[in-house]
Write a protein that binds this ligand. Structure first.
Ligand SMILES: Nc1nc2c(ncn2[C@@H]2O[C@H](COP(=O)(O)OP(=O)(O)OP(=O)(O)O)[C@@H](O)[C@H]2O)c(=O)[nH]1
Ligand SMILES: [Mg+2]
Length: 195
């Protein structure tokens, strides 16, 4: 849930990067960390296995500057994509304001993408959220790989509700900021409605 502190004039929002294992969620956060100036970021915290798979989550606080006089921070989290870490995924969704779904464009990950969206839908429901109402963007990652499926096919399979879709090559930083800005915009619109 967005946290607004009227006394300190601060807004804190939580964005979660969700998606199948090895899809590129951690790479998104690493890129945002790299290109953000030191004054506008906190530490990137990663709890990973020896083989760089996310074990619990990654966390990166980013300062978006002043919005209507409020210092606005986005707290970016990733979930572990591997199927058996479901209890961690559930926990990390607590209080979420917006989701970037990072899909893997490769044909062999088609089932994993679908399974992850279904898992996200269920886990959001457990926290009382409706995937059809929460700020949400679809990122089609790994566009550089030869096994990437056509965009139209991926959109047909994975788009949940007409959400914005971004093509990405996370290792090169392509499509990452577009995805983040689009979800941030939706979160701020929701905030304005409820304020
Ligand atoms: N070719 C290519 N490789 C990518 C791209 N994005 C990420 N990768 C690679 O894919 C692997 C997995 O990326 P991660 O960011 O760790 O994936 P993840 O979604 O965090 O995976 P889990 O933590 O297991 O859920 C790494 O070796 C990345 O370098 C991309 O756009 N193209
Ligand atoms: Mg990861």
């Amino acid at each position: 849930m967005t946290f607004i502190n009227y006394v300190a004039r601060e807004i804190n929002c939580k964005i979660v990067y969700y998606g199948p294992g090895l899809g590129g969620k951690t790479t998104n956060l690493q890129y945002v960390y790299q290109i953000t100036s030191p004054a506008n970021k906190g530490k990137l915290i990663s709890l990973a296995t020896e083989t760089e798979r996310t074990l619990f989550f990654d966390f990166l606080p980013i300062d978006f500057g002043l919005i209507r006089g409020f210092r606005t921070r986005f707290h970016l989290y990733t979930v572990p994509g591997q199927v058996f870490y479901d209890s961690s995924r559930k926990l990390i969704l607590k209080g979420v304001d917006g989701i970037v779904f990072v899909a893997d464009s490769q044909e062999e990950r088609a089932d994993a993408n679908l399974e992850s969206i279904s898992n996200l839908t269920d886990n959001l429901k457990e926290h009382g959220f409706d995937i059809c109402k929460i700020p949400y963007v679809l990122q089609l990652n790994k566009r550089d790989l030869p096994g990437a499926m056509p965009i139209e096919e991926l959109v047909r399979q994975l788009q949940v509700k007409g959400e914005p879709v971004f093509e990405a090559v996370a290792v090169k930083g392509i499509g990452i900021l577009e995805s983040l800005k689009a979800v941030a915009r939706q979160v701020l619109i929701e905030l304005r409605k409820s304020a």
